[in-house]
Write a protein that binds this ligand. Structure first.
Ligand code: DAH
Length: 357
C-alpha cells in the first residue's frame, strides 16, 4: 500500500499539465484504476483483513483525490499566470520630466517690475519696435537738428528708392509709447511700457538691443513729489532692501522739464555690489515732469494736465539685482549661463509670495 501511495503522489507532483494529471487519476481511481481494483478486492478478504485494509484503502483514495485537486488548482493558477504574463502591459506613468528651461533674468526682471507697478495702480502698455521718427523723436520734443538724435546711435530702416519721407527707426527708447498711449487712451493715465529698444553700441555694458521700461502718470495735479515716492517705493520693492536711498540729480532730457537722473546708494566693498549701503552712487534711471510740448504732441492740453515720466534699463536693473557682470552674456544663449542665472518657470513673481525667491 505504501508503494502505491508513493507512486501516485509522485506521479501527481510530476504531472506537468491537466492531461497528465487526468492520466494519473484514471490509473489510480478510474474504473480500472489500481486503487479501485484493490477496493474491489476487499470483498474477497477475510473480515479481519478487511478491517485494516478497508480504512487504509479509503484513506489512500481520499489522499490521492485531495492531491489531484490541489495539483489541478496549482496547474490552473500557473496557466493563468502564464497567460497574464503574456498580456502584461505597463500602465505606470513615466517619471515626470524635470523642467528643463529657465526664465531669462530679463523676463524675470520685467515680471517683477510689472508686479510692483501693478500694485501701485499702473497698467502695462506696448508699442511697435519699428517706429516713425515722429514718435521716436519729434513728438518727444527732439527736433531733427537736436543733438540727442546723434547721441542715440539710431538704427535707420531703409526706404524704397525715390521715397523721400524720413526713414523709420528701430526705437531708441520706450518713450514713444507715452505718446501712443495718450493718443489712444487719453488722460488721466498711469502706465508702464516695458520692451526692446535698439542702439548701435556694443561693449561690456551695451548691446545693440536691450530693454527699457517707461513710466507715465498724468493727472491734474501730479508733482515731482509723487514721482519721488513712486520711484522709492519701486526701488525698495525691486531690490528687496528696505534701506534703499535715492538721490535726485538735476539733469536734462528734451521730453521732461524739470528733469532728474536718479542714483541709488550702494557699496562695492570686496568687489561685491550691495544696494542700500556704502558711499557709492549708481545711476539707475532718467525722469522728470512731462514737457508741455510732449503733452501737446499727444493731443493733451498742458494747461489742464501734468505728470511725470521715467525710463530705465531693465537689463541694467537685472545686472545690479542679480550680480551679473557682463551684459553681452544676456543675449548669447549659453545654456550654462541660462541655467545658472535663469529662474524657475513655476515661481511667478508676486509681491505677496516674494519677487525672486
Ligand atoms: N528715454 C530716455 C533714454 O532712453 C530715458 C528717459 C529719461 C525716459 C527721462 C523718460 C524720462 O521718460 O522722463 O535714455
Amino acid at each position: 500500500m505504501t508503494g502505491l501511495r508513493e507512486k501516485y503522489l509522485t506521479a501527481i507532483a510530476d504531472a506537468g499539465d491537466e492531461a497528465a494529471l487526468e492520466g494519473v487519476r484514471l490509473a489510480a481511481l478510474g474504473k480500472k484504476g489500481e486503487v479501485s481494483l484493490r477496493m474491489r478486492g476487499l470483498g474477497a478478504m477475510t473480515p479481519e483483513e478487511r478491517q485494516t485494509a478497508g480504512p487504509a484503502l479509503n484513506a489512500l483514495k481520499d489522499e490521492i483525490a485531495t492531491a489531484l485537486a490541489e495539483a489541478r488548482a496549482r496547474l490552473a493558477d500557473a496557466a493563468l499566470d502564464a497567460r497574464v504574463a503574456g498580456q502584461w502591459s505597463d500602465i505606470t506613468l513615466d517619471p515626470r520630466p524635470l523642467p528643463q528651461g529657465t526664465i531669462h533674468p530679463v523676463s524675470q526682471a520685467m515680471e517683477e517690475i510689472s508686479a510692483i507697478f501693478a500694485d501701485l495702480g499702473f497698467s502695462v502698455a506696448e508699442g511697435p519696435q519699428v517706429e516713425s521718427d515722429w514718435y521716436n523723436f519729434d513728438a518727444l520734443n527732439i527736433p531733427p537738428e537736436h543733438p540727442a538724435r546723434q547721441t542715440m546711435d539710431t538704427f535707420y530702416m531703409a526706404r524704397a528708392e525715390g521715397d523721400n519721407r524720413p526713414p523709420h527707426v528701430l526705437r531708441t527708447h520706450t518713450s514713444p509709447v507715452q505718446i501712443r498711449h495718450m493718443q489712444d487712451y487719453g488722460v488721466p493715465c498711469r502706465v508702464i511700457a516695458p520692451g526692446r529698444v535698439y542702439r548701435a553700441d556694443y561693449d561690456q555694458t551695451h548691446t545693440p538691443m536691450f530693454h527699457q521700461v517707461e513710466g507715465l502718470a498724468i493727472d491734474r495735479d501730479i508733482s515731482m513729489a509723487n514721482l519721488k515716492w513712486v520711484l522709492e517705493e519701486f526701488c525698495r520693492a525691486f531690490f528687496e532692501v528696505d534701506g534703499v536711498e535715492l538721490k535726485f540729480r538735476a539733469s536734462h532730457f528734451p521730453f521732461t522739464e524739470p528733469s532728474a537722473e536718479v542714483d541709488i546708494r550702494c557699496s562695492w566693498a570686496g568687489g561685491q555690489l550691495k544696494i542700500g549701503e556704502g558711499d557709492d552712487w549708481l545711476e539707475i534711471l532718467g525722469s522728470g515732469m512731462v514737457h508741455p510740448k510732449v503733452l501737446a504732441a499727444a493731443g493733451i492740453d498742458p494747461e489742464q494736465w501734468q505728470g511725470f515720466a521715467f525710463g530705465m534699463g531693465i537689463d541694467r536693473l537685472a545686472m545690479l539685482k542679480y550680480g551679473i557682470p557682463d551684459l553681452r552674456a544676456f543675449f548669447e544663449s549659453d545654456l550654462r549661463w541660462l541655467r545658472h542665472y535663469g529662474f524657475s518657470a513655476l515661481d511667478v513673481p508676486t509681491l505677496q509670495a516674494g519677487l525672486s525667491r
